[in-house]
Design a protein around this ligand. Structure first.
Ligand code: 1GP
Length: 242
């Protein structure tokens, strides 16, 4: 039987939730239980990655997640070192909101041979940082600035540029643990302008945030920190989305 691509599986689970696992924040003995838990909550896929990876066992981490998951595992790499063979696909992220060539094309060039060798499905994602009210790790590590929070038209211009460049998804990012999620108004404007799936993440901690962002037009929301900090709250968010 022909394997269904991760992109097609994602299409079928729209609108949905992507769980983000940061290998530095999940101790090895918890991986199995946490993976089974998020899969039971019917997430669309599990993303794995970090802006700055401290753990030396990225491969082992992804392999353990894969072993316990019945959902696709997608790499969400902070740089070209976060690539391994145990995932199903990779978000090939171009940091469109920045003007740092390393994150627009440099890290990509370094990673292509490994991606081919591991036969990972490549999902080209236009990655756009939106100011969240604080200075985030992703801004610092990428040496780029986020788009001003109250300028949705600038976000729209970047998202459209991403679609013109042939990206298959646009990701609006407020930064992991961001104090405020991407404004709904920005989500609404961007969604209206593009005809590819829209992912929104960073700082989503309540059912109200999650529902509001999905209602504004996001096809997927990303939940990371809340899963580690409060599995019950995560469960409550998933329940509220029905
Ligand atoms: C970060 O969008 C993700 O890249 C998730 O952010 O950890 O704040 O949920 P949180």
């Amino acid at each position: 039987m022909k394997k269904v691509s991760v992109q097609n599986r994602l299409k079928r689970s729209k609108p949905g939730v992507l769980a983000l696992f940061d290998p530095d924040r999940i101790p090895a003995p918890h991986i199995k239980k946490l993976t089974e838990f998020v899969c039971e909550q019917e997430v669309a896929a599990i993303l794995v990655g970090s802006s700055l990876l401290i753990s030396h066992n990225f491969d082992g981490f992804v392999a353990s997640v894969k072993k316990s998951a019945d959902k696709p595992i997608i790499l969400f790499p902070g740089c070209s070192h976060q690539i391994c063979s145990h995932a199903d696909a990779i978000f090939f992220l171009s940091l469109l909101s920045g003007r740092n060539p390393e994150f627009l094309i440099g890290e990509h060039v370094k990673s292509v041979f490994l991606i081919k060798e591991y036969d990972l499905e490549v999902i080209p994602v236009g990655y756009i940082l939106i100011e969240s009210g604080g200075f985030t790790a992703v801004e610092y590590m990428s040496n780029t600035r986020a788009i001003p929070r109250l300028k949705p038209e600038i976000a729209v211009a970047h998202a459209l540029a991403g679609t013109f460049l042939g990206m298959s998804h646009i990701y609006l990012e407020a930064g992991s643990g961001g104090s405020r999620p991407v404004p709904r108004n920005t989500v609404r404007h961007v969604k209206k302008a593009i005809d590819i799936p829209l992912i929104v993440g960073g700082g989503i901690k309540t059912a109200r945030d999650a529902k509001g962002i999905l209602e504004a037009g996001a096809d997927f929301i990303v939940l990371g920190s809340i899963i580690e900090k409060s599995p019950n709250q995560f469960k409550e968010i998933m329940r509220s989305l029905g």
